[in-house]
Design a protein around this ligand. Sequence first.
Ligand SMILES: Cc1ncc(COP(=O)(O)O)c(C=O)c1O
Length: 372
Amino acid sequence: MNHSIQMVDLYGQYLQIKPEIDKAIASVISNTAFINGPEVSALQKDLENYLQVSHAITCANGTDALTIALWALDLEPGSEVITTDFTFIATAEAIARVGLIPVLVDVNPQTFTIDTHAIEQAITPKTKVIMPVHLFGQGADMDEIMRIAKQYNLFVIEDAAQCFGADYYSETKTQKLCTIGDIACTSFFPSKNLGCFGDGGALFTNNSELAQKIKIIANHGSSKKYYHSTIGVNSRLDAIQAAILRVKLHYIDSYNAARRNAASQYTENLQNVPWIHTPTISTKSNHVFHQYTITLEHVSNNELQDYLQQHMIPSMIYYPVPMHKQEALQHYSPKPCPVSEKLSKSVLSLPMHTELTTEQILYICDTIRSFK
Ligand SMILES: Cc1ncc(COP(=O)(O)O)c(C=O)c1O
């Protein structure tokens, strides 16, 4: 049994809905509208309905979504964007790509999302945007982030690559993450909570003017074929990916419920292990467990990872190098972020996907408990 444990089981998930997916792909092939076309428009509508957001604009990947979102704000080159030190490179990379300055700040040691006190401390006259990441499937403190943004007149772009489908319980209402900031960006990378069979991404906004700019930038700076009002990029979602995503969107709530169920089984079996902290679930959002990430005390994540590998259990260190230590970002003279640095040595993400069985989870937990 144990040799079959995978970090992510995309094929197993596909087999559950194979007839629907195969039919959706075949239908795109037979009508040959491979780029944009009716499937892509229909997916955009489906996403708007699911999230309850006015505009969903699909694009080629999540990194493009972040880049295009920043581009659409028309900021002065050299403007500062405050973001988290503990994330995937794409967040900071997108900021740098459009000539803006990534200002990396530390994270909350419990939730691993951006520390809102650190945001306020990092604000300067050049700050124009806050870019929180809803890391591992749970929301950053959007109430506080929106309060700060309002006070200092800043834009907010949510990096929602890892939280598709999660709800946020704000002080006044429940709404989906992806609908709170001025723009939100997601990724449909295959292993994401809503993943396609290649690269894909989308931007969401309730602001019609921004939506129009985003559509134009993502389509060669054009709203009318062969007329280009600005310089843009070619960042489109393939119709085959759109067709797959339309099928999988029907299942996203059950996928996220399966992830939550796996997470609660992990927590039940690991919570009394003295050298492990199981994930802290914020009361402000319903965690959709893109990752199930434990934090280790007095044990290095590399050591436990090696031990699990010997027992045929995959695991991943997200992220082994915090952004302020990345060579590519030294040009921006980042400040130290001690919490994220400590996390990079102590976090370990365990197998997490919709097809995990109780038997597998128990085997993983038993093996972890036998480590010390
Ligand atoms: C937090 C975060 N932001 C952005 C991205 C970029 O998404 P993509 O791989 O679709 O470009 C990812 C993907 O891993 C991510 O995890």
